[in-house]
Design a protein around this ligand. Structure first.
Ligand code: NAG
Ligand code: NAG
Ligand code: NAG
Ligand code: NAG
Ligand code: ZN
Length: 295
């Protein structure tokens, strides 16, 4: 546990949760199932005050699958309206649908403790919110920025890559001293956000360059496509897979060496992150590369 004034971050080396204590009660954000009841012990060993509010950062089970442990007649479950919708879809009793929802902004207060919640659109997931404690200058946004590490596989499994990229700038608009990303061994600072933004933009540039080289009609990816096509002209998926594997590996070979040793696990998720960026450039940003070549 790390105490930041009266804000307490709970870490289990893989996941992070947060709570604020006032004499009137406690506000909890997230309960990863990896912590489960041990998060309740951490709170119980910090204060006698009861938990009054439980906030969902987003709907994903790996961060809030322990939410049911906080259910009770006096506990208000709060989440974005998209989070409520997504939870209603799956009807998972470990993640009760929040009864208090909001669309843009909401202030959550217990005693003299305050969280300012804000929704800025879909990024990692629809309904993923910015959670800010102004007195402590603590900002929490889960599964977007991973202090000291590269993003988890496929840009953190994000459902909206343009929104995911933009979220880095939205984080930097806040006046924060401690950033809580929801994962791994430590909290972050501004520099961590700047560094991951550089990683993501570097990756985006490398993939854009590789896609645009298709327009020469002679990129490494196109050559791989043609070879696979000659082997089996009927199997279009196999040819396209050869194109993707080859072109994405070119992106990795260009952008990743400078990140090895700079962000942890740069070797582990290089291809998966490049894959996600490459596909988003094609279908979200319209940088179609091979797909735009008229042959
Ligand atoms: C304090 O933590 C211990 C486990 O370390 C747990 O057994 C105990 O129930 C906790 N106390 C409270 C009041 O939650
Ligand atoms: C949701 O799950 C509960 C408990 O498993 C079950 O009783 C209920 O019928 C389910 N509702 C829907 C709409 O699937
Ligand atoms: C809340 O009140 C307590 C007791 O007066 C004080 O120690 C604490 O600093 C206050 N916290 C905030 C965030 O104002
Ligand atoms: C295609 O690219 C390869 C190497 O990238 C180069 O050796 C070759 O000359 C190019 N061919 C044409 C027709 O541009
Ligand atoms: Zn998530």
């Amino acid at each position: 546990m790390h105490m930041l004034i009266e804000a307490t971050v709970v870490l289990d080396n893989a996941y992070q949760a947060l709570f604020l204590v006032s004499d009137q009660g406690v506000i909890v954000v997230d309960c990863p199932p990896t912590m489960g009841v041990r998060l309740k012990y951490a709170i119980g060993n910090t204060t006698d005050a009861p938990v009054k509010k439980f906030i969902y950062s987003h709907a994903h089970a790996d961060h809030v699958g322990g939410a049911f442990l906080f259910q009770g007649p006096d506990v208000d479950f709060i989440g974005h309206e998209e989070t409520a919708r997504l939870l209603a879809q799956v009807n998972d009793t470990t993640r009760p649908v929040p009864r208090t929802t909001f669309s843009d902004k909401k202030t959550v207060r217990v005693g003299n403790q305050t969280f300012e919640l804000a929704y800025k659109g879909e990024n990692h997931q629809a309904g993923n919110i910015f959670i800010y404690a102004p007195a402590q200058k603590v900002l929490m946004l889960v599964d977007v920025i991973f202090p000291g590490w590269v993003p988890f596989s496929e840009l953190a499994q994000s459902s909206n890559i343009p929104g995911y990229i933009e979220a880095h700038d939205q984080v930097l608009e806040y006046d924060f001293e401690h950033f809580i990303g929801g994962h791994l061994t430590r909290t972050g600072v501004r520099q961590d956000v700047l560094e991951q933004r550089e990683y993501v933009l570097d990756l985006k540039q490398a993939c854009t360059d590789v896609l645009n080289e298709d327009l020469t009609g002679n990129s490494t990816g196109l050559v791989a496509f043609q070879a696979a096509f000659q082997r089996d002209p009927k199997n279009v998926w196999a040819s396209f897979d050869a194109y993707l594997d080859t072109a994405i590996q070119v992106c990795v070979d260009r952008f990743n060496p400078k990140w090895i040793g700079r962000l942890a696990a740069a070797d582990v998720f290089a291809f998966d992150n490049a894959f996600k960026m490459f596909e988003s450039l094609r279908i979200d940003f319209g940088v179609l590369g091979f797909g735009s070549v008229v042959t």
